[in-house]
Design a protein around this ligand. Sequence first.
Ligand code: GNR
Ligand code: NI
Length: 188
Amino acid sequence: MAKLEILEFPDPRLRKVAAPVTCVDDDIRTIIDNMFETMYDAPGIGLAAIQVGVPKRVLVIDLQPEDEEAEGEVCNHGGHEHVHYPTVKEPRVFINPEILDPAEELASYQEGCLSVPDIFADVDRPATCRVRYQDLEGETHEEDLEGLMATCIQHEMDHLEGILFIDHLSRLKRNMALKKLKKLREAA
Ligand code: GNR
Ligand code: NI
């Protein structure tokens, strides 16, 4: 496995429309292995192949949910007591994904993007949707998604069309985000 370089805004390669995968072969499976290593290292909950310079319609996602069956650790910062559980790995691969039946109802999540580091903003998207995709064997599946998974797959699908989450913000909020990104880069 190898960690890959993540392209960052305003790299023009992030604006390309990714091409369908015509054959799910070992080359694609190697890219996917490397995408997982890159995503876990970042760390992030999703990654589109285009973010590592591969303009193909491939996504990996792992929401790494907390395992509430496991023993939690009580934590007390700022006088606010809560429990942290260890996370479990739930790696998901989506090849040639298509979004079906997006809900009219919207949900708002604070999004971030590994290609727009350290910038976070609320984005409204359809609260639920269906996804059709191929797996590592090239088999086609369909699945209903909700919550963070629905948001994340829509964020990743945008990457396949050359769209970034900052494109969904009002001009004022986008300009604020880009100003902050410039400042953070100057400080680094
Ligand atoms: O790590 C990520 N977190 C995230 C949070 C809210 C909505 C979407 C995401 S995806 C992002 C990783 C990334 O940039 N994927 O393209
Ligand atoms: Ni992203």
